[in-house]
Write a protein that binds this ligand. Sequence first.
Ligand SMILES: [Zn+2]
Length: 104
Amino acid sequence: MNMSKEIQRIPASDVTIEGTADGRTSEKRFYLSGVVLKTRCPTCKKEIERDFGDRYLSYPYYGTPFDLDVWCDNCSEPNGKYDPTYNGAIVKVQLNCSLTVVDD
Ligand SMILES: [Zn+2]
């Protein structure tokens, strides 16, 4: 007699997921690999970007707009100290997170 058990799989059509993610993540370093923000520095007009696979968000909120700093190397202070009025700019962003059920 075969006593091994098989894991039962529930079809997606039998599952509902309710609600939307809100609140703050517990991640000090929240990376979004493959997501890159691109724009131009409002001061020097150089093309700048922020790669979220490299530069993480720290304890971001879900579903709530927040200000994000975008660094411009061309406008950086010699000492590297960050100052959005000098080094680049801020842009308002929102982190959306959803969980969906899929069939195999
Ligand atoms: Zn610049």
